[in-house]
Design a protein around this ligand. Structure first.
Ligand SMILES: Cc1ncc(C[n+]2csc(CCOP(=O)(O)OP(=O)(O)O)c2C)c(N)n1
Ligand SMILES: [Mg+2]
Length: 425
């Protein structure tokens, strides 16, 4: 470590580099520590805020002698739940509210049942992009993965009780917007999170609850049920939905019809791997109605292009029986196009829809909005289907959105990946 002698692959401090982008990094100093370190990593996965973990095994440790010893068995701890008083306080606040709103993020993914129970009582549910589909987006109380839209934030800001579950309500979640719920005293912000560090991040909590989202909400719903808290009037819901839909429609452009066609043609439990492309954030996020059976893979925070294709491959390998589709822009595709070879080698039945608008459409648009003459955003347009065929995948051209849908459905049962290129303009 730190020898600075010009080793092959030498890095000044690899652990620090990885730690910078992971939840945590652990380095084992000798082989005996490996089982404990692996157990620690998986315990964190099971109990903590979902984060990637880095486990570093130095080469000399890896190559050293190791006597296999039985590892100690660790039981995963019970979910963290607060006491009854806290649960009652939350339930009382909700029961007494006139305009309660629930806002859920990716950390609420396993709390779908309780969130559904709240929605069934007419409480509007907003999600972040990471929380998309936790509540069936066709539920009358579902306001969609819409917190990036001002109309949706207005709904949250107007709540007298705002229940935020499993979200840091970060700048990237709100797309540079802010949440500013009514003045203290006139509203109650309840936050539920497994990570105490999230309690007051971006929005201060009046009631800060550290706990497992599912355990906490199940308990709250149970108290509400005992208290005979009935369904509330739902007339506001339609107004909320219309305002949000109107704002989402402003950027729907060519993206919405693609979502409509694909969501109608593909199975209900489709996994969609998107990217930092307009077809994802103006399209899939708002116009592909998700249920809890769906999954959206999308790099909300880092927004790193090139995520979509490897994410689609990873999902298909992890869940070969689930329908998985990659759906992203031409710019995103070119950041990691070489992974098509991997998908072909693995014989994955994977449709990869590339919506080609000739370059970095978003950046082009932002330059124009700022009166900058577009620079380096109109890119060479590769022949994507030919490129796919060159690495042993299928490659086809879709002229209409119905073609995209049909070709994607066919690709789900093909003998290898299929690149479906749809050119705009
Ligand atoms: C690794 C990386 N580099 C640069 C960016 C900045 N960026 C954001 S969107 C975008 C354009 C992406 O092009 P494409 O996938 O074709 O989507 P489009 O905007 O055309 O819909 C760029 C370059 C980024 N998000 N990630
Ligand atoms: Mg593009």
């Amino acid at each position: 470590m730190g020898a600075d002698v010009g080793w092959l692959h030498e890095v000044k401090n690899q652990q620090a580099a990885l730690e910078a982008v992971c939840g945590r990094s652990i380095r084992v100093e000798n082989a005996d520590d490996i089982p404990e370190a692996v157990a620690t990593v998986f315990e964190q996965f099971a109990t903590g805020r979902p984060r990637p973990m880095h486990l570093e095994v130095p080469v000399d440790v890896l190559e050293g002698e190791w006597v296999r010893r039985p590892a100690s068995v660790r039981n995963v701890p019970e979910p963290v739940r607060p006491g009854r008083t806290v649960i009652e306080a939350v339930a009382l606040a909700i029961a007494a509210a006139h305009r309660p709103v629930v806002l859920v993020g990716g950390g609420a993914r396993r709390a779908g049942g309780a969130i559904r129970a709240l929605a069934d009582r007419g409480i509007p549910v907003l999600t972040t992009v990471n929380g998309k589909g936790i509540l069936d987006e066709r539920h009358p109380a579902a306001l969609g993965a819409a917190v990036r839209l001002k109309a949706a934030r207005d709904v949250a800001d107007g709540a007298d009780v705002l229940l935020i579950v499993g979200s840091e309500v970060g700048d990237a979640d709100l797309w540079g917007g802010v949440l500013a719920p009514g003045a203290p005293g006139r509203r109650t912000v309840v936050r539920v999170d497994i990570d105490p560090a999230q309690m007051h991040k971006n929005v201060r909590a009046d009631l800060a609850i550290v706990g497992d989202a599912s355990a906490v909400l199940d308990d709250v719903v149970e108290v509400l049920r005992d208290k005979g808290f009935g369904p509330r009037p739902v007339e506001l819901l339609e107004t909320y939905r219309e305002a949000i839909a109107a704002e989402a429609a402003r950027d729907a452009g060519p993206w919405e019809p693609i979502q409509r066609a694909l969501s109608a043609a593909l199975p209900a439990d489709t996994v969609v791997a998107g990217d930092s492309s307009q077809v994802t954030y103006y399209g899939t996020v708002h116009h592909w109605p998700f249920t809890p059976a769906n999954t959206l893979l999308y790099p909300t925070g880092y927004a790193t292009l090139g995520y979509g294709l490897p994410a689609a491959i990873g999902a298909k390998v992890a869940a070969p029986d689930r329908p998985v589709i990659g759906l992203f822009g031409d710019g995103a595709a070119m950041f990691s196009i070489q992974e098509l070879v991997t998908a072909t080698e693995q014989r994955l039945a994977l449709p990869i829809v590339i919506v080609d608008n000739g370059g970095y459409g978003e950046i082009r648009q932002q330059m124009i909005e700022r009166d900058i003459e577009p620079q380096a955003v109109d890119l060479y347009r590769p022949d994507f289907p030919a490129l796919a065929r060159a690495v042993g995948a299928h490659g086809v051209t879709a002229t209409t959105v119905d073609d995209i849908a049909q070709m994607a459905a066919d690709a789900l049962v093909a003998d290898r990946p299929t690149v479906i290129c749809h050119r705009l303009g």
